[in-house]
Design a protein around this ligand. Structure first.
Ligand code: FAD
Ligand code: FES
Ligand code: FES
Length: 1312
């Protein structure tokens, strides 16, 4: 609990989060100390404007259950609950906030509840924590505390029963990269008042369903029913109220800044007068705008106005007068009520709906109207939804200056008014009669939590006698910084009947002339934005057009696809369990699931503050190709808190990230560039500081001078590399495929190109390492998939023996391949600092730095020519596969891709050449199913191409090319078609597409035969404790969310015939399990499980004589006796690729997606997703369902929205933040999501009959592109385009890609 309140002496007082935590843990907590720490005499030096609530909770209060990732309100990892007094009314309100956005100093009077406060192992867990765990909603667990706190706050703040719909739409704030959201949504929907019985039945076994009876009604209820008498949520704190409203508080904080907290408008000016701060100040309302437009350096004077009641009040005269700093949540709630109760403000219903897709709940809870409008003033390119809506309805704002002189103006005028020294006090919204109609749209890359690509608001006043327009207001965002209003088009419309094709086309003609989007990457292209702007106008007219005029096939064009998605999603999972085999096949909860949901699971940066620790941040190159001449950091060293700057010259050993002699890392890559620069933002130095914030802030101040800067265009894409001059050969040849046969029945020759884009791993836990000098060596806590490579890299860098480096990884908060080797930037950097300073060093690379410095899943290309017969059977294939490797060939995936290209097909007639290409970009890196994803997707693309060209059923084309041996897909496919109602749905889609011109559906499937291939050595140590027979396993693999610890515990329990609870799994520690390979390729669990089985067998063999002598003894008694006899109760084992027990095997799978696309805007939703996977005899099917669902969503996310954009001219990345790089959110997943596992099919060569699950389903996600293509083709057919040929849609299939591919003509925008 953090409670900041006013003390009698006028200084703010802080009672820390520790107080509640301490109480919960039965500890005494001295709040006096923290009072002094922050706001007492030493306050100025202890807190800075950069000290966010998150920083405070985690580092000062030491409560690291609350996580962080993006630090800009985009991911939800940091959500906490706040209770505070509403300024003016004194009402206590409870709400969620992103603790990364809130300045700690703004929390005065707030009562903050963190994840520790709602439940923990000492006082018992909160039902939200247990429920999320019970539904398997936590994989790596890093996102879980944020989700729990969002749900907790939702329940706390809801004044009525929450429906499933209310719950499902409330998680736009939170990202999860592992689960695919389905289990999280179900866990939370189980709290609804009307939960789907199928959802509730999932908790029947684990919680007493009777406990879910509503205390009020006695009926079944998920528990969200608010009852003041019986608050089942656990908060019990008193919010402190301010003693004296009129007092302005002034606090000198670090960085020489001054913080005021004022309670009335006049005091704002008094404060500015006091410090003569008019030239360098900022008002702090919600402080959320820094999430949209980051603020690196805050001004000198900060005035917290969040407590100014006048700015939060509202009243009705003729107009609705809103206090300018009314929060978006309060505005939304007010609009909801007023639109229903006051006929003059009916239109607020439309605005309310739009507000629901502005930011997300925690930002809306504190972000204010004025803050948003001022942001638009400061950044005219900002696609502000508030400006759009208010400008459209003719809102008037009031500005007040230091003489308290008021000026009123409309929003267009406001944009060009100098607002320095002025405070926005009110926003007036006019009453509108029912003769007005208003329609608004926001085109965004995902359903929730994304700013607009283009937004539009349209208000018309109609003549009540006819459809003639009396006044018009057409407002757009996302066009260019100076364009907000289509005045010419408005003028054109006056006096015309809107609902004629002539008026419509005339208006579109005008719009076309006046809408002139700028080039503003990474925003979509001007061409797209213009087309969408026109489409929005058309949509609006369809929306308003009387149905007797409108041709019904146009009607569904009125909405975006997001609006058509049913509000509540559904799911289904089908798998076998076999009780006699338990705990094998038992859907046991994840071992650490509950502590993850409770924020008790420790990740690397949760290691408590270490005395003397320092923090490091990379200085990055600002050229793509050239050489370093000199590095000047003399000025930086003068900055308070900066300890040193290190360059390559400080490296005692080899300047390398890792040992460049591993099979997947054949080259050395420098940690800090010594001379040559190979890509933009390559690390060149390290700034070491007393805080991470300071190190990150200052890194860009180091001056790097360059020489021999290349004047040639950089080589960035695969095509650039192919075109590169011969002397600069960029192509590295890898083994391809040679045909052994060639068919003679060539009836068609088909040529094409498959492309798969880059993808950012987007782990929720950042690249984080803490390295400590210990005795003569180093202890390294590193979020890594591979301890061996970490140890080797550090030893080489520091020129010390391997045994001086001990590496430990408790767990990773997501990895997906980027922590196989790319974690080495943070690992080696901290080791270097620890070595140079002999002090512990901690580094958490910020998301933008990771995106800049580190490569991604590589983009790949497959150029192909196939000759096929009339059935689509390939007679020959000539193909070339390229992988964009970036600056080095490390982590090249060509061999995996070529292997997987075969998929389930007969490759005898295929010739494939294979190249890696070297480009002026960071080395790309493995990501989930590396190469396999690209190979399988590539050949599936070719099958679709053949089918489209031949006009044949794509499933039959696949059958024509299947290999006959070693392929179970023919059986599986027919089962899958049946289960998924595939053919019936295809029929329905035909009908749907015929009836709808602007909404189109598509349904396609993909199939795979994915080869699980063993490589690398893995080991495990099993130890039994004689005292109680409990077991501990040291695994040579890392828990990265895939359930390794749970599954190997199940295996050990099975072997010893003891309860799983008796088995613990320790963090991966490379002194216990040395020389292990990386955790990856989904085979680690099997290898480690085999090691566990073998270790258990050794122990069992040693115990056998004891057991024989004590046939009726318990396990505990046998173990105790064995110890007495001096029998070693520890054993280990190692697997290697030479192990005869490990045999590669195929994993079969089929998946289908049905999509619905709005071809006018490109927005889409996935109507249904079905996945079948052959998992053998799953050790834990519930965990495997999670792997399959999560992997598939990760693939869908890549194909539909993840757009890594670079400046090809400069090589600099444009998309380095959650603000501009989007992964799927909870409302983007298939609305109906079904998973089926193979039944009674144990894997004959698998460990305990199981198969790997973690990566393969990613490769099945390609079907979504093919479904999108079918939908787009349906529109193109209506447009009269030639659809006889295959349409190669650009990927990712973003809104822009859809609009470009559909290429609807403006002349088709008609009403009848
Ligand atoms: C993750 C995220 C998603 C978002 N998505 C969207 C979106 O989809 N659409 C959209 O439109 N916006 C979006 N936003 C922007 C959001 O609406 C704004 O951040 C918020 O409204 C700003 O309000 P604030 O109170 O936090 O402003 P602050 O950050 O406190 O202040 C912003 C600026 O306004 C000034 N200011 C504040 N009040 C006054 C006043 N009364 N008089 C004069 N100056 C004042 C401050 O000096 C400061 O310069 C998003 C933001 C985030 C973080
Ligand atoms: S860290 Fe706060 S929202 Fe991402
Ligand atoms: S479980 Fe959600 S990010 Fe890993």
């Amino acid at each position: 609990m953090v409670l900041l309140s006013a003390s009698p002496c006028g200084l703010a007082r802080l009672i820390t989060v520790c107080e509640r935590y301490a109480a919960a843990h039965g500890l005494k907590y001295n709040s006096e100390k923290s009072e002094m720490m922050v706001f007492g005499v030493r306050a100025g030096s202890e807190v800075s404007v950069d000290t966010t609530l998150n920083e405070y909770i985690r580092r000062r209060a030491g409560l690291r259950g609350t996580k962080y990732m993006c630090l800009e309100g985009g991911c939800g990892a940091c959500v906490v609950n706040a209770r505070a007094q509403r300024p003016g009314t004194g009402e206590i309100i409870t709400f969620s906030v992103n603790s990364c956005l809130v300045a700690a100093l703004s929390c005065e009077g707030w009562d903050i509840t963190t994840i520790e406060g709602i439940g923990n192992r000492m006082k018992g867990y909160n039902v939200i924590q247990t429920r999320l765990n019970h539904y398997f909603g936590s994989q790596c667990g890093y996102c879980s505390p944020g989700f729990v706190m969002s749900m907790y706050s939702l329940i706390q703040s809801s004044e009525h029963h929450l429906s499933e719909e209310d719950i499902e739409k409330s998680f736009g704030s939170n990202l999860c990269r592992c689960t695919g959201y389905r289990p999280i949504l179900e866990a939370f929907k189980s709290f609804a008042v009307d939960p789907d019985p199928k959802i509730l039945s999932k908790i029947k076994d684990i919680e007493d369903i009777d406990n879910l009876l509503c205390p009020k009604s006695g009926k079944k209820c998920g528990g969200t029913c608010k009852d003041d008498e019986q608050e089942w949520c656990l908060i019990n704190a008193k919010v402190t109220t301010s003693n004296d409203d009129s007092v302005t508080k002034k606090i000198l904080i670090s960085d020489d800044k001054v913080w005021f907290r004022v309670n009335n408008i006049k005091a704002i000016f008094s404060a500015l007068d006091d410090v003569q701060g008019y030239d360098n100040y900022m008002l702090v309302a919600g402080n959320t705008s820094r999430g949209a437009y980051p603020i690196k350096y805050f001004p000198k004077v900060l005035i917290d106005i969040s407590g100014v009641a006048e700015l939060r009040a509202h009243y009705l005269d003729v107009n609705l007068v809103l206090g300018a700093n009314t929060t978006l949540t309060d505005t939304l709630n007010l609009f909801n009520v007023l639109s229903k109760t006051n006929d003059d403000f009916w239109y607020l219903e439309v605005l309310k709906k739009h507000l629901e897709v502005v930011a997300h709940i925690p930002v809306r809870n504190i972000g204010t109207l004025a803050g948003n409008l001022i942001l638009k003033h400061e950044h005219p390119d900002f696609q502000s939804d508030i400006f759009l809506l208010f400008s459209c309805v003719g809102a008037i704002i009031t500005l007040v200056d230091h003489r308290m002189q008021q000026t009123e103006m409309g929003l267009p005028e406001f944009l060009t008014t100098n607002i320095v020294g002025k405070v926005m006090t009110t926003i007036k919204l006019p009453p509108l009669s029912r003769n007005y109609r208003i329609v608004t749209y926001k085109i965004r890359p995902k359903a929730q939590n994304a700013h607009a690509e283009v937004n539009g608001a349209f208000l018309f006043k109609f003549d009540p006698k006819d459809h003639k327009i009396i006044t018009a207001s057409i407002v757009y965002g996302g066009i260019n910084p100076s364009f907000t209003r289509a005045y010419n088009t408005e003028h054109f419309l006056i006096g015309r009947d809107l609902f004629t094709n002539e008026t419509l086309q005339g208006a579109l003609h005008c719009l076309k002339k006046e809408v002139d989007p700028d080039f503003n990457p990474p925003e979509p292209s001007p061409h797209y934005r213009k087309k969408v702007a026109l489409a929005l106008f058309y949509k609006c007219v369809i929306n308003l057009c009387p149905r007797e005029i409108l041709n019904p096939i146009y009607a569904s064009g009125a909405t975006l696809s997001y609006d058509d998605r049913p509000p509540v999603s559904r799911s289904y999972q089908e798998y076998d369990t076999n009780k006699p085999d338990y705990p094998i096949t038992q859907p046991l909860l994840k071992k650490e699931g509950l502590i993850q949901c409770a924020g008790e699971a420790k990740y690397n940066d949760d290691i408590p503050t270490i005395a003397e620790e320092v923090f490091a941040s990379f200085v990055m190159a600002t050229i793509a190709r050239g050489e370093i001449e000199s590095i000047d950091y003399s000025d930086v060293l003068k900055i308070d808190g900066i300890i040193t700057v290190l360059t390559s010259k400080d490296i005692p050993g080899i300047n390398t990230l890792g040992r460049g002699d591993q099979p997947i890392i054949p080259e050395d890559e420098e940690l800090l560039a010594s001379d040559k620069i190979f890509y933009y933002n390559q690390p060149v130095a390290l700034v070491v500081a007393e805080t991470q914030v300071l190190a990150d802030k200052v890194a860009c101040l180091v001056k790097v001078n360059y020489k021999n800067i290349s004047k040639k265009p950089i080589i960035f894409t695969i095509q650039d590399a192919i075109n590169a001059p011969a002397f600069e050969n960029r192509l590295v040849s890898y083994p391809g495929m040679e045909p052994t046969d060639r068919g003679v029945n060539v009836q068609r020759v088909i040529k094409g190109q498959f492309y798969s884009p880059r993808q950012y791993h987007h782990t929720m836990e950042l690249h984080t390492t803490v390295t400590r000098p210990v005795d003569n060596g180093y202890e390294v806590d590193c979020s890594a998939q591979w301890q061996g490579v970490t140890q080797a890299g550090i030893a080489l860098l520091l020129d010390i023996p391997y045994n001086a480096v001990i590496v430990r990884t408790r767990r990773c908060g997501g990895a997906f391949g980027c922590k196989i080797f790319r974690h080495m930037f943070a690992a080696t950097a901290t080791a270097l600092v620890a070595y140079k300073l002999n002090r512990p060093c901690r580094m958490a690379m910020r998301m933008p730095d990771i995106m800049r410095i580190i490569g991604k899943r590589p983009d790949t290309r497959l150029d192909y020519e196939v000759g096929v017969d009339g059935n689509g059977q390939i007679q020959y294939m000539e193909a070339t596969f390229y992988t964009n490797d970036g600056m080095s060939s490390n982590e090249n995936e060509n061999s995996y891709a070529i292997r997987s290209l075969k998929n389930c097909y007969n490759p005898d007639r295929w010739r494939v050449e294979s190249f890696g290409v070297i480009t002026d970009a960071p080395t790309n890196c493995f990501m989930r199913a590396p190469g396999d994803f690209e190979g399988i997707s590539g050949i599936e693309h070719i099958m679709e191409h053949i089918a489209d060209e031949l006009k044949r059923d794509p499933i039959q084309v696949r059958f024509a090319n299947y290999r006959t041996n070693d392929n179970q897909l023919p059986d599986y496919i027919s089962m899958f078609l049946d289960k998924s109602d595939f053919n019936k749905r295809l029929e329905y889609i035909k009908e749907f597409n015929a009836k709808n011109r602007w909404k189109k559906r598509g349904l396609r499937l993909s199939n795979m035969s994915y080869e699980a291939k063993y490589f690398g050595n893995y080991s495990a140590v099993v130890s039994v404790y004689h005292g109680d027979g409990s077991v501990v396993i040291n695994a040579g693999g890392v828990e990265i969310g895939q359930g390794l610890n749970t599954k190997i515990a199940q295996v050990a329990a099975f072997e010893f015939k003891i309860p799983v609870e008796k088995v613990a799994v320790l963090p991966s520690y490379d002194f216990a399990t040395p020389n292990c390979y990386s955790t990856g390729s989904s085979i680690t669990i099997e290898c480690v499980a085999l090691c566990v089985i073998r270790s258990c067998e050794q122990i069992k063999a040693r115990l056998a004589p004891v057991r024989a002598a004590m046939p009726n003894a318990t396990w505990e008694e046998v173990v105790m006796e064995a110890d007495v006899r001096g029998i070693l109760l520890q054993a280990n084992a190692e697997t290697s690729p030479n192990d005869p027990r490990l045999k590669n095997y195929p994993i079969f799978g089929v998946a289908a997606t049905e999509v619905e696309v709005d071809v006018l805007t490109g927005t889409k939703y996935i109507v249904r997703g079905d996945i079948f996977e052959d998992v053998g005899r799953s050790i834990n099917p519930a965990l495997d369902v999670g792997q399959v669902e999560g992997a598939f969503v990760q693939g869908l996310s890549l194909w539909l929205m993840e757009d890594v954009m670079y400046s090809h001219h400069k090589g600099e990345i444009y998309t380095d933040r959650t603000w501009n790089y989007h992964i799927m959110g909870a409302k983007d997943i298939p609305n109906d999501y079904r998973v089926y596992f193979s039944r009674n099919r144990p894997n004959p060569v698998g460990i305990l009959g199981s198969k790997a699950t973690g990566e393969p389903p990613t490769s099945l996600s390609r079907c979504v592109v093919d479904s999108m293509r079918q939908a787009i083709q349906a529109s193109r057919r209506d447009s009269g385009y030639d659809t006889d040929h295959f349409l190669n849609v650009d990927v990712p299939v973003t809104n822009e890609s859809v609009v470009a591919a559909a290429n609807v003509k403006i002349s088709e925008f008609l009403l009848y």
